[in-house]
Design a protein around this ligand. Structure first.
Ligand SMILES: Cc1cc2nc3c(=O)[nH]c(=O)nc-3n(C[C@H](O)[C@H](O)[C@H](O)COP(=O)(O)O)c2cc1C
Length: 164
């Protein structure tokens, strides 16, 4: 089984997951930022960070869907929003048409917030959004920053891909 992990990252957490995953399943690794062409691989994994309510890789997925739709496509999102609530599914539904969503197996992974890396403006913006978070612990984490990016989070994805 041949495969490639394509990823789009802004601050590095999606790249960390993509690199670990490619190593665990023996796939190639390609950055979407470099505008890669889809090859002859049977399995395509797409990792995308979430930003301001959107899947950042959505444009690239839409543009390449004609080449992707004949393959087994696995998608993973990386974000700050809670997993297991409708938030992530809503973001995907806002970013991609139903035909594409139905053609991918979707996973969600937790991300990281490192205010030192965000820069002054983004850090202020993220903290100002965090004020609306009702859960005290989640609000504190968003304001102080956190790192939930762990290799073991990929367990279900690795198992799924190895079973294809
Ligand atoms: C300006 C900004 C907007 C963000 N918007 C969202 C969002 O709408 N939903 C979400 O789940 N996470 C959001 N996040 C959190 C990122 O998705 C999270 O930090 C992720 O780990 C970033 O991935 P990357 O390191 O690959 O860029 C946002 C982060 C920043 C800095």
């Amino acid at each position: 089984m041949s495969g490639t992990v394509y990823y789009l990252t802004k601050y590095g957490s999606t790249e960390d997951y993509a690199r670990w995953l490619a190593g665990d399943v023996g796939f190639e690794l390609k950055s979407i930022q470099k505008g890669p062409k889809i090859g002859l691989e049977n399995v395509v994994v797409i990792g995308s960070c979430l930003r301001v309510g959107k899947v950042t890789a959505a444009g690239w997925i839409r543009k390449n869907w004609h080449a992707l739709k004949g393959k087994k496509v696995v998608f993973f999102s990386v974000g700050a929003s809670k997993i297991g609530t409708p938030d992530r599914e809503d973001m995907i539904a806002r970013s991609l048409p139903k035909e594409i969503i139905d053609g991918m197996k979707v996973f969600h992974l937790p991300g990281r917030i490192d205010h030192a890396k965000l820069g002054w403006f983004m850090s202020r913006m993220f903290k100002s959004f965090a004020k609306y978070e009702k859960d005290d612990n989640e609000r504190r984490r968003a304001i102080e920053g956190y790192d939930d990016v762990k290799r073991e989070n990929l367990g279900p994805l690795v198992t799924y891909i190895k079973g294809l």
